[in-house]
Design a protein around this ligand. Structure first.
Ligand SMILES: *[C@@H]1O[C@H](CO)[C@@H](O)[C@H](O)[C@H]1NC(C)=O
Ligand SMILES: *[C@@H]1O[C@H](CO)[C@@H](O)[C@H](O)[C@H]1NC(C)=O
Length: 417
């Protein structure tokens, strides 16, 4: 009975979808830094990105190998123009050539949606760099206009939270006074071009510099009393939300309360030097695991409860050639060999190997018990991870993994039938 079989399938899909999909829509971004000499090839990174349910990737450059590998994957990209190129972009011809080679060439197969011009430029206090920032942003934008791409590709720059003079309480957030002069034209530009304001926010730094005063649970999104901002009366149960709302306040104080704020970086290192308090595997696991759950729940901050968080986790890989303290080389969710740096408490991320290809047809076996320290060889194949990825994190229950997988299979058998 073809009809009843179809009906049965359709009914199942509808009811299963109804069960699972409403909770899965938050969209995860990940930073793909490559200051390392031991990372997997970009082709092998595609399944890793999918395994954590990430649909957005941020690069610090416009690596052609990466942009090619992610063609036709549906993953959205932010590409970066490094600080060292800002001065060159004062020349419109050069800006035009850069956009042609690094952006236009990959569209539309690779969904490049944004270009960040420089990273944390304003907090270097280097006027020779700062002076080039806004002109470079303008010229890159003009290049996009000339190529008819300005409606699909935004131009912005990513800031360090240190551009704030006051970040606590959130309602008192304000920009460093000496930066207001150069931030204002940038804000005006972002507003006019419909582009987001990007901030890199690390509760880890706040905790590290003041571990006696700051509650670890508050910074790690663990259950805690939280704080009440006495001016706004808003309750905060985690530091990241307080930091984001401080940015909202700073923007509002200059008249840009409507500018969308995206978190271009946040994360927690799994290892650090002896003086880097809090940089442990357990803490990284809690911070990033809880963060991903919050993103998937589509929670907003107390000041913007109905606005999705737009967060790019830092970072995909541990990067062995980064200078600085040990923590700098240990922000990755993955080790260079493609295994998880630690368990995020989320099924599917623990066992995906960069070596496996998407043609693997391994089926899902019995769920492994939660592994506290990662790296138990996996029950979840890449091909499965790819299909179920967005649901995986958000369900966070073994049950959902099975439901979603059978949903995928059902869909196929229905189409065939
Ligand atoms: C930049 O200047 C500000 C304000 O004068 C200061 O607080 C900050 O430490 C400086 N940053 C660097 C990296 O020198
Ligand atoms: C990946 O595959 C290569 C060649 O088959 C092998 O030498 C290497 O050990 C594998 N790496 C991992 C992480 O499985």
């Amino acid at each position: 009975m073809e009809y009843s079989r179809f009906y049965y399938c359709a009914l199942l899909i509808i009811s299963i979808s109804g069960l699972v999909f409403p909770v899965m829509v938050g969209s995860i971004g990940i930073n793909y830094g490559q200051i390392a000499n031991n990372l997997p090839t970009p082709d092998n990174v595609v399944p890793l990105v999918k395994s954590i349910g990430a649909t957005k990737v941020k690069l610090y450059d416009a690596d052609p190998r990466v942009l090619k590998a992610f063609g036709n994957t549906g993953v959205e990209f932010i590409v970066g123009l490094g600080n060292e190129y800002l001065s060159k972009m004062r020349d419109q011809e050069t800006a035009q050539a850069w956009v042609k080679t690094n952006v236009q060439a990959y569209l539309p197969a690779t969904k490049i949606i944004c270009i960040t011009i420089g990273n944390e430029v304003l907090t270097f206090n280097d006027t020779s760099l700062t002076d080039h920032l806004f002109p470079a942003m303008q010229n890159i934008h003009t290049a996009l206009v000339n190529l008819g791409l300005d409606k699909q590709v935004a131009v912005t720059t990513a800031h360090s939270l240190a551009i704030l003079e006051v970040s606590y309480p959130p309602s008192a957030g304000s920009f460093r006074k000496d930066l207001v002069g150069c931030i204002t034209p940038i804000l005006n530009f972002l507003c006019k071009t419909n582009s987001p304001f990007l901030i890199n926010a690390y509760p880890f730094f706040a905790y590290k510099s003041n571990p006696k005063q700051i509650s670890l649970d508050f910074v790690l999104f663990q259950p805690n009393q939280g704080i009440v901002d006495s001016k706004s009366n808003l309750h905060y149960d985690n530091m990241l939300f307080a930091q984001i709302d401080a940015v909202h306040s700073a923007l509002a104080s200059l008249g840009y309360s409507k500018l969308p704020v995206h978190i271009s970086e946040t994360g927690w290192p799994s290892k650090g030097d002896a003086d880097e308090v809090g940089a442990t595997l357990e803490n990284a696991k809690k911070y990033n695991g809880n963060l991903l759950k919050i993103i998937c729940q589509r929670k907003g901050t107390p000041m913007r409860p109905n606005t999705d968080l737009n967060i790019y986790v830092f970072a995909l890989f541990n990067e062995n050639m980064k200078p600085g303290p040990t923590s700098e080389r240990n922000y990755g969710l993955f080790k260079p060999d493609g295994t998880a740096a630690y368990s995020l408490g989320i099924r599917g991320t623990d066992a995906v190997s960069a070596n496996t290809t998407t043609t693997t047809t391994t089926t899902i076996g019995a769920p492994a018990p939660p592994s506290p320290d990662s790296s138990s060889p996996g029950y979840l194949s890449i091909s499965a991870a790819v299909k179920v990825s967005p649901c995986l994190l958000c369900g966070a229950f073994t049950f959902d993994v099975f439901v979603v997988v059978s949903c995928t299979n059902l869909r196929m058998s229905c189409l065939v039938a």
